[in-house]
Write a protein that binds this ligand. Structure first.
Ligand SMILES: Nc1ncnc2c1ncn2[C@@H]1O[C@H](COP(=O)(O)OP(=O)(O)OP(=O)(O)O)[C@@H](O)[C@H]1O
Length: 260
């Protein structure tokens, strides 16, 4: 996947500003950055939810806006920020919607569809809750159902906007493990993440956004430095290496009122 000189806007001012990004194939790319830096907007632009002001997004060498919707849905799975759950739908029904792009003329689920749905539910440990209405699940369980839906779609490319929102740390790690497995089995994953430590632990490639542009990108250990955190996030922190990946320890004293 390649983003070329992409500019995105909701009104006059660009929110993503002439951004170029070569997404490494078959790897996990994490996009981090302060609130409002344009991460979700970038993902919307990459998934055709928002048309570009200028520039383009290429998938397998083709402009995503030139691809028929069904073909795009077979190649690209998207977890948007805050997806709206249809009323009364069960977990298994919602996950089965991930199979829509693959369904034939009469729309019946095939054995292959059933297997993909079961595998996705199991991957996020929701098999037992499959018959429950999604609007009766906890925020974290609901988030996992949506992730299962995207996984069931079985696409080569995945765009995930904050997949670990609402999740406790153990479930966040479980979901990141699932995402990591997807990447190690050849799928290309781009995930917006807020937790810098999780991002650094899992990402092959880290993209740091600041003000609609890429402030830095590369291997997490090279990118995530104290100087960058101060410059882009306005955060004073110490970065320590654990198991070869950087861990961010905020220097909270600098943020306490009256601490100067
Ligand atoms: N639908 C919209 N209409 C108008 N402006 C928007 C819309 N969505 C986002 N914006 C603005 O675009 C800018 C970037 O927002 P975006 O959601 O892409 O940032 P983000 O980096 O994902 O932030 P966060 O970390 O808070 O989720 C912000 O200034 C935001 O107010």
């Amino acid at each position: 996947m390649h983003v070329e000189n992409l500019t995105l806007a909701y009104d006059a001012a660009p929110v993503v500003d002439g951004l170029t990004l070569d997404v490494p194939t078959g790897q996990l790319t994490a996009v981090v950055g302060p609130n409002g830096s344009g991460k979700s907007t970038l993902l919307r632009g990459m998934s055709r939810l928002l048309p570009p002001r200028s520039g383009q997004v290429l998938l397998d060498g083709k402009d995503i806006h030139q691809l028929p919707a069904r073909e795009l849905a077979r190649k690209l799975g998207v977890l948007p920020q805050g997806p709206v759950t249809p009323e009364g739908i069960t977990a298994a029904e919602l996950v089965s919607r991930g199979r829509h792009p693959h369904r034939g003329l009469f729309g019946r689920l095939t054995a292959e569809d059933d297997a993909a749905i079961e595998e996705a539910l199991a991957a996020v440990e929701l098999t037992e809750l499959r018959a429950r209405p999604v609007d009766q699940l906890s925020g974290g369980q609901r988030q996992r159902v949506w992730i299962a839906m995207v996984l069931a779609q079985g696409t080569q490319h995945l765009l995930l906007d904050e997949p670990t929102t609402y999740l406790d740390l153990a479930h966040a790690v479980d979901v990141m493990n699932v995402v990591h497995v997807a990447a190690t089995t050849g799928r290309t994953v781009v995930a917006v993440l807020h937790d810098l430590t999780l991002a650094a632990q899992y990402a092959d490639h880290l993209v740091v956004m600041g003000d609609g542009r890429i402030a830095a990108e590369g291997r997490p250990a090279d990118v995530l430095t104290a100087a960058l955190l101060e410059e882009v996030f306005g955060l004073r922190a110490t970065v320590v290496q654990v198991g070869g990946a950087p861990v961010v320890v905020p220097d909270r004293l600098h943020h306490l009122p009256g601490s100067g």
